[in-house]
Design a protein around this ligand. Structure first.
Ligand code: NAD
Ligand code: UDP
Ligand code: UDP
Length: 321
């Protein structure tokens, strides 16, 4: 439907979550009208409270597994719990959110002729047998394990995006996000960066799962948001999938030691059992993002951790984490 306003109307599903709230902020700063949709499963009002007074921002409490009829020009589909603790809490709902959420948002994009971007994940590569992971790698995923509701849900969502692209000529964008961290991560979501920082700030034991030699590559949130927006706006109509992440790889032992040092914490490192299907290594090949989007991450781990530590320090001091 045509609209008299010249402002771009952008829907962000999962907009009250960690990444979604930063994306809403960025889109408002870019002059867009932002419609944030979230069911508050893992997101919180606190993440978007500072935006509620902005006349270009609107919040709707809604579950994307149900149809949504609104008029928009662009859709960023981020709704989905992202940490293993949260997505394994109600695995059936996790799959529904990825699959039915994708169908509804694609149906909405089809009707409104909106561009639509899917927040996919490095988990589509599973426990990768190819390292680092290029977009052409098809992955090594267990279809029936504890992580499958997330991994296979996201893989099916990618399938749906490319079928709507081929069948209905939708303008789609698929980004595969690698581990991202920063302020507004959920303090209890069990992800490694938030766990280690909260443990270190409380001088509690730092829990390393397994021997700590498994690797991840951590991207700071502002770098990630920049890449997502570039992907949505890319002039070549590039669909992806495209990897977004920071290719600098660390072991979990190195991460724990860095967090302890930056905080000056008295925490000791303890080892706990490794969860099943935990990928041994992960690092994005970002050649495509660099060449096609002119993007590469700019925030080094220690710098990003320092900001994230400040956020969690204030949150813990508030007594309301
Ligand atoms: P998050 O849990 O903070 O945000 C997800 C948001 O989606 C929350 O606000 C939650 O309430 C909402 N949500 C969940 N189910 C919903 C539903 N059925 N209907 C409406 N809203 C729903 O997680 P995040 O880290 O911000 O992740 C955002 C997206 O990015 C997710 O799709 C995730 O899979 C993807 N991603 C994140 C990372 C990362 O490292 N943070 C890595 C890869 C992919
Ligand atoms: N849908 C929606 N909002 C819209 C248009 C469609 O939520 O504005 C949902 C609708 O409920 C449908 C899904 O998107 O189930 C897929 O729509 P599509 O048009 O692709 O398929 P169909 O309606 O033919 O099943
Ligand atoms: N991890 C850990 N201690 C924790 C939380 C996680 O050692 O308190 C490990 C986890 O086993 C995995 C890595 O850190 O090897 C990253 O875990 P996270 O849940 O953050 O992300 P994902 O496994 O989805 O990449």
């Amino acid at each position: 439907m045509q609209h008299y306003s010249l402002k771009k109307r952008v829907l962000v599903t999962g907009g009250a979550g960690f990444l979604g709230s930063h994306l809403c902020e960025r889109l408002l700063a870019d002059g867009c009208d932002v419609l944030c949709v979230d069911n508050f499963f893992t997101g919180t009002r606190r993440n978007i409270e500072h935006l509620l007074g902005n006349r270009s921002f609107e919040f709707v409490r809604h579950d994307v597994t149900f149809p949504l009829y609104v008029e928009v020009d662009e859709i960023y589909n981020l709704a989905c719990p992202a940490s293993p603790v949260h997505y394994q809490f109600d695995p059936v709902q996790t799959t529904k959110t990825s699959v039915m959420g994708a169908i509804n948002m694609l149906g909405l994009a089809k009707r409104t002729k909106a561009k639509i971007l899917q927040a996919s994940t490095s988990e589509v590569y599973g426990d990768p047998a190819v390292h680092p992971q290029p977009e052409s790698y098809w992955g090594n995923v267990n279809p029936i394990g504890q992580r499958s509701c997330y991994d296979e849900g996201k893989r099916c969502a990618e399938t749906l995006f490319f079928d709507y692209y081929r069948q209905h000529k939708l303008a789609i964008r698929v980004v595969r996000i690698f581990n991202t961290y920063g302020p507004r991560m959920h303090p209890k979501d069990g992800r490694v960066v938030s766990n280690f920082i909260v443990q270190a700030l409380n001088n509690d034991d730092i829990t390393i799962y397994g021997d700590g030699t498994q690797t991840r590559s951590f991207c700071y949130v502002s770098d990630l948001i920049e890449a997502m927006v570039r992907m949505m706006n890319n002039a070549d109509n590039l669909s992806g999938p495209i990897n977004i992440g920071n290719p600098t790889e660390f072991t979990m032992l190195q991460l724990a030691e860095t967090v302890i040092r930056l905080i000056g914490s008295k925490s000791k490192i303890v080892h706990k059992p490794l969860p099943s299907d935990d990928p041994k290594q992960r690092r994005p090949d970002i050649q495509q993002a660099t060449e096609r989007l002119g993007w590469q991450p700019s925030i080094a781990l220690e710098h990003g951790l320092t900001h994230t530590i400040e956020y969690f320090r204030a949150l813990l001091r508030s007594g309301n984490p």
